[in-house]
Design a protein around this ligand. Structure first.
Ligand code: NAD
Length: 424
């Protein structure tokens, strides 16, 4: 083997290394046997599939697809489906593990899963995306289902993707099975409040974190990385709470207005042009400079691994609320902790999505729709409970919020595992 390649491979840390390091930290706090630790560090089931696509011009492309189910101790597996060229098996494994902890932390009866197809959705027509989704669904069909594994939207997928999955699955069963996915269109049994649930939860804990640091919303400023399903409404909810949202970014660039962006007007601009760039109510900013802006609250809501040991020393926000999964690398996390930056970890901050996905699954299985106010109220309750549990655990054990959240979650998964016993 080429020595330079192997050296690089050992030096490059990815999300799975971070997820495993976080698990190891949690295990160190708890009385966990080596065997159970090894079990929790390993996915229970992994499926890699080829997804052939007949393109609109008649040619055939083939994409890699994955579905990873990390744990089932507390219930069926649950997790998003991502369409992105960055998707690989290790990323999906990390995201599935984080889903297990997230579901346990907010006490929804699921284990963790994640799926992905290594495709750039912006390069494809709606027809091509539908064919890719249906083919991927048919490939992973044996391992999904309302009692087995329930996908939801993530990066590059949306409620339309969920409708195609639901239809493909239902066609194979011969009857409609709405509970096989969450994040569906309302007309197909989606839950009121699901589309903005992750963002609502992000804003909810951001406000709790600000209160814990004596920061009044009306005097606070925020920057949000990513203006997709999570970032856009997180910015909106923060603004509605009185926070001055000074900057947002997307894959194409960033915009800044020290006096505060008009988030709704910016959203209309993005709907028309496809990007935050060129918005007349703000100045352009280097995309990645958003992360080190002089704001009180930073909300990374795009990708993993964006706050690194290189830029963490320059982060000026005193609170980081992880809207995205895994946006802070392990090394960056240590730097932020040393600098007394309060990091609200992903498995707490963005859990609003899976909480309302759970509500949607309950409603789908019962064929009964709740009022939106009911959904939002129950979401707020669960986020607040999880927040207080994490703060209390961190206080008692002298840990960061991430360590506390992971330890609480791991403890619950182990409890379920112990009660069930190891088969056979
Ligand atoms: P999305 O595809 O709807 O939006 C992603 C956004 O990030 C887009 O605006 C995109 O332009 C932007 N982006 C991509 N690369 C960027 C870069 N380098 N710099 C700045 N912006 C960039 O995806 P989403 O559903 O909003 O997911 C975002 C994150 O939140 C992911 O980590 C996802 O796993 C996590 N998450 C999503 C949900 C959910 O309900 N959708 C729930 C929990 C966690």
């Amino acid at each position: 083997m080429n020595p330079s390649i192997s050296a690089e491979a050992t030096l490059t840390r990815g999300p799975l290394d971070d997820a495993k390091a976080q698990l190891a930290q949690a295990v160190a706090q708890l009385d966990v046997s080596e065997g159970v630790h090894r079990m929790l560090a390993t996915s229970r089931r992994e499926m890699a599939v080829a997804v052939p696509l007949r393109r609109d011009d008649g040619s055939i492309a083939v994409y890699e697809g994955f579905r990873v189910q990390h744990n089932f101790s507390r219930g069926p597996a649950k997790g998003g489906l991502r369409f992105s060229t960055a998707v690989d098996l290790d990323e999906v494994r990390a995201l599935a593990m984080w889903m297990t902890w997230k579901c346990a932390l907010v006490d929804v009866p699921y284990g963790g899963a994640k799926g992905g197809v290594a495709i750039e959705p912006r390069d494809h027509s709606v027809g091509e995306l539908e064919r890719v989704t249906r083919r991927y669904t048919s490939e992973i069909l044996p391992i999904i289902g309302p009692d087995m594994d329930i996908p939801a939207p993530d990066i590059g997928t949306d409620e339309r993707t969920m409708a195609w999955i639901m239809d493909t699955y239902s066609a194979s069963k011969g009857h409609t099975v709405p509970g096989v996915v969450t994040g569906k269109p309302i007309a197909l049994g989606g839950s009121l409040g699901r589309a903005s649930a992750t963002s609502r939860g992000v804003a909810h804990v951001a406000l709790l974190a600000m209160a814990s640091r004596g920061l009044e919303p009306a005097r606070a400023s925020a920057a949000v990385q990513g203006f997709g399903k999570v970032g856009r409404d997180a910015a909106r909810f923060l603004q509605e709470a009185g926070v001055t949202v000074v900057a947002v970014s997307d894959v194409d660039g960033a915009v800044v207005n020290e006096g505060g962006l008009d988030v709704m007007r910016l959203a209309a601009h993005v709907d028309t042009t496809g990007s935050v760039r060129g918005f007349d109510g703000a100045d352009e900013l280097d995309r990645d400079a958003l992360l080190t802006l002089d704001v009180d609250v930073l909300v990374p809501a795009a990708l993993e691994g964006v706050i690194t040991e290189d830029n963490a020393p320059d982060v000026k926000a005193s609170i980081v609320v992880e809207g995205a999964n895994g946006p802070t690398t392990q090394a960056a996390d240590e730097i932020l902790t040393d600098r007394d930056v309060l990091v609200v970890p992903d498995i707490l901050a963005n859990a609003g999505g899976v909480i309302v996905s759970y509500f949607e699954w309950v409603q789908s299985n019962q064929a009964y729709q709740w009022r939106e106010s009911e959904v939002n109220e129950r979401l707020g309750e669960r986020m607040t409970n999880a927040w207080h549990a994490v703060v209390e655990h961190a206080g008692v054990h002298g840990t960061t919020y991430r360590e506390a959240a992971t330890a609480l979650a791991v403890k619950r998964v182990i409890e379920a595992h112990d009660l069930r016993g190891l088969y056979p």
